[in-house]
Design a protein around this ligand. Structure first.
Ligand code: HEC
Length: 130
């Protein structure tokens, strides 16, 4: 690609730099999402792709394996009494662990927002605020 400045045919280094600086955030975003399906803004039941990836690598190992003692994904009856504790308790238990639930749930870089999405996904219901 060539940039033309003031009608002469030389490449504009500053333009080139500005072009790449503007492109950089887009490239960074594209890099993060690679290998995952594009997020669909309209989907309500399935979590954002980034959260689905965390679920698959961390939570699923227990929350989709019967006999681990973990409330199973989509088992609303198992999640109901847990949801009744409210968001603050469930987020706190996600970070610090609770009985057989290990601290951070095997996701060492998870954020509070991600835990909220993960819990809502597994419980199949919104996280009640308390
Ligand atoms: C090593 C297995 C394991 C992994 C990995 C795991 N959990 Fe759990 N989790 C459990 C078990 C077991 C319980 C049930 C603890 C109990 O009540 O005895 C539990 C319970 C929970 C609860 C309910 C706590 C409460 O107060 O009732 C939440 C919320 C939770 N897990 C979130 C997550 C999230 C989010 C992830 C992934 C980032 C995750 N867990 C990964 C084993 C696991």
């Amino acid at each position: 690609m060539r940039f033309v400045l003031n009608g002469d045919d030389s490449t504009c280094d500053a333009c080139m730099l500005r072009f790449f600086l503007r492109l950089f955030p887009l490239l960074a975003l594209a890099g993060c999402g690679s290998g995952l399906p594009p997020p669909s803004a309209s989907s309500v039941s399935s979590p954002p792709a980034a959260v689905a990836a965390i679920y698959a690598r961390a939570c699923k190992n227990c929350h989709a394996v019967a006999g681990t003692g973990a409330p199973q994904t989509g088992d609303r009856a198992a999640w109901a009494p847990r949801l009744a504790q409210g968001d603050a308790v469930l987020i706190e238990h996600s970070f610090n662990g609770y009985k057989g639930m290990p601290p951070m749930g095997a996701c060492m870089d998870c954020t509070e927002a991600q835990y909220r999405s993960l819990i809502e996904y597994m419980a199949g219901a919104p996280l009640p605020k308390k």
